[in-house]
Design a protein around this ligand. Structure first.
Ligand code: GLN
Length: 490
């Protein structure tokens, strides 16, 4: 091996792709190295499935393409996928006992597109059950540990993705964001994550949680790496996902270096008020100072219905989940109770055994708010307020180009720290939910450390289809700072 293996995990995705292209290292060498690393750090709980034979076969095929000169932009680069994307060569559980050992007959579009660009799959990453959670403690396969402090949560629901990238177990990973599940774990683990505009990436093959909110994205070490990945995975998928946007894939790397001179950054008063911990506030303020030095102007704005995003989201998401999860009835997929007396008993036992507490809670809430007599009072009202939240953003974007604020009110809390109080988790989603409800793209960019040396993420929110701008705003910051290169001492 010509590339010192000690350095492989320190290379960014962009650097790794270049090293592979110039044959300084082979895909098999890189894959072997990361597979060993995944094993050595198994105690973090990030991976749910690894299949070394599959990974190495993919790496050999990538090496052959690299040698023949017919390679894609991600040729030979290893990636890991959140276990919510179905994969035919790896088990897909969605973090649920319901899908224990499940093998999909096909790959999710996002997985297939990344593979088409040359990426090699390292394995599947732990997540909250059906992506419901903010701490990765709802996984049926145990919590993931935050590599910065293994007694703390990595965030959720893409906790495995964030922990794997932070601990350098993979150069990048896919994730999904329904109400913050890419941005919040990215913030908690000090990695760069982006959730594109709703519909930018296909939902085909993503185990459904709340279909009007679910969006695929990526977690990586820098905005530049995110741009490379998004360019490969976005784009219309009209035959398989009717909600995928009819917008051609674009090269998100092209505008990374654009000047930020005159950029108007909106600061919502609601994102900077009480409830934001001092340590988070200090790191965010320092980042905004950097932006001013880069030529940006800070503009006070208001997103007046920010607080309402919590009840609105926690009505709409469970409503959609209760419908989506009805497919898990013991007939077509996954788990089926062993002992039962008749069909209804089989359904009941299967679902009682297969789903965890949080999933059951949401199915009950969702069924309740959709039921006759309550639909108008809850679901319909929530939909109306969702529209108003989206309108508030459009008002705000008349005064600014991007919106900035914290991703979460605090740094990562202790595992078990919220006890049995799901509301404490829900409330911590306050700053990520609004953009999700409005279908807007959002990012988390590491901007320093707060209490106990835990990472803090700056949230950037853009208008629809402005991912290239967001990545540009993040990239310029990352060129003059090095928070995104900090790594935990695991
Ligand atoms: N924390 C939110 C929830 O529990 C968001 C999860 C997500 O984005 N998948 O629903």
């Amino acid at each position: 091996m010509t590339q010192n293996s000690q350095e492989l995990h320190d290379l960014s995705l962009t650097e790794l792709a270049a090293a592979l292209r110039t044959r300084r290292v082979s895909s098999v060498e890189v894959a072997t190295y990361f597979l060993q690393r995944a094993k050595a750090y198994a105690h973090l709980g990030a991976f749910l499935d690894v299949q070394p034979d599959v990974t190495l076969a993919q790496a050999r095929a990538a090496d052959a393409r690299l040698t023949s000169g017919h390679s894609g932009p991600l040729e030979g680069v290893p990636l890991a996928h959140k276990d919510i994307f179905v994969t035919k060569d790896f088990v897909t559980t969605a973090g649920s006992k319901m899908l224990e050992g499940y093998r999909s007959p096909f790959d999710a579009t996002v997985v297939a597109r990344l593979a088409q660009a040359g990426a090699v799959t390292l394995g599947k990453l732990n997540c909250d059950e059906f992506a419901m959670g903010s701490a990765n403690e709802n996984s049926a396969y145990g919590p993931v540990k935050n590599p910065w402090d293994t007694t703390r949560t990595p965030g959720g629901s893409s906790g495995g993705s964030a922990a794997a990238v932070a601990a350098r177990l993979a150069p990048a990973a896919t994730g999904t964001d329904t109400g913050g599940s890419i941005r919040q774990p990215s913030s908690f683990c000090g990695v760069t994550g982006i959730k594109p505009t709703y519909g930018r990436a296909s939902r085909y093959g993503m185990v459904a949680f709340a279909s009007s909110l679910d969006q695929a994205g990526v977690l990586a070490r820098s905005a530049q790496d995110c741009a490379l990945l998004l360019s490969a995975m976005c784009g219309p998928d009209p035959e398989r996902d009717s909600t995928s946007l009819d917008v051609p894939a674009e090269d998100f790397s092209l505008k990374l270096n654009d000047s930020l001179e005159g950029l108007r950054i909106g600061m919502p008063t609601e994102f900077f008020g009480i409830g934001v911990a001092d340590d988070v506030r200090v790191a965010i303020d320092a980042a905004l100072k950097h932006y001013e030095a880069l030529g940006a102007k800070l503009v006070p704005i208001s997103l007046p219905r920010t607080e309402l995003s919590i009840p609105v989201y926690y009505i709409i998401a469970p409503a959609e989940a209760s419908s989506n999860l009805s497919r898990f009835d013991g007939v077509k997929f996954g788990h089926r109770a062993r002992d039962y007396t008749d069909l209804n008993d089989m359904y009941e036992r299967t679902r009682a055994e297969g789903f965890g507490d949080e999933v059951k809670r949401r199915i009950m809430i969702g069924t309740y708010v959709l039921s006759h007599g309550y639909y108008d009072a809850y679901y319909l009202q929530a939909q109306k307020i969702r529209r108003m939240i989206a309108d508030d953003f459009q008002q705000a974007f008349k005064q600014c180009d991007v919106i900035a604020g914290p991703v979460a009110p605090t740094v990562a809390w202790a595992l078990g720290g919220h006890g049995n109080d799901p509301l404490a988790d829900y409330l911590a989603d306050i700053f990520t939910l609004p953009a999700s409800l409005a279908g807007l793209p959002g990012m988390s960019v590491p901007v320093g450390f707060g209490a106990c040396h835990m990472p803090v993420g700056l949230q950037l929110i853009g208008n629809h289809l402005t991912e290239a701008r967001l990545l540009n705003v993040a990239h310029r910051y990352q060129q003059v700072t090095d928070w995104h290169t900090a790594r935990p001492a695991v």
